[in-house]
Design a protein around this ligand. Sequence first.
Ligand code: MN
Length: 222
Amino acid sequence: MTTVGIACNPRNVSTARGKVPAETVARAYVDAVRRAGGLPLLIPVLPPDEADAVLDIVDRVLVIGGGDVDPARYGESPLPETGEAHAGRDTFEIALVQASAARRSPLLAICRGLQIANVALGGSLVQHVEGHGGDVHHRVRVDAGSRLSGALGATALDANSQHHQAVKDVGGGLRAVAWADDGTIEGVESDELPILGVQWHPELLLDRPEHAGLFRWLVSAG
Ligand SMILES: [Mn+2]
């Protein structure tokens, strides 16, 4: 069975003992991997030099949503709209993306996952975009002939939108392959590496085959 390591979102959660730090993954990601035939394994935030040991165990990686990446990671100062970063998560996920790339191990990056993957490969982010937060839906146009359109089985689709940041300059080896009508980059991939990144949340849209196709790609690619 293909194992998919899902990088956790570290958060403080309320318990009977008050707030405690926890490693979290929304159940929708777990179900999405299982429905695609994969075995999901949750990966906590670890020291970056342990990313390689994780990849000795899991066949591929899913990097999920969450808070903003520290703009210092791409050489900018934070704007007022930018949220506080989790340094440990940024550091570990950058190492996980770079280690996956070094091994040419398949990687699916969703929302913040796309943003951290782009930064890990040398790209930068728009720190605030209007009109993509809340839970609006918008059309996405996908480059015909791209790996992303192959995984989706579509070159145009309706996507949800729960982000306020987006890709600015694409990282080395990546290229933009999907856009909203306002020009916001909604998907990236690489010609050399088995990486797909999308800015929307396909795990919440599994009743539609195009979105489920992204998880089928993750489980079966390579
Ligand atoms: Mn959007």
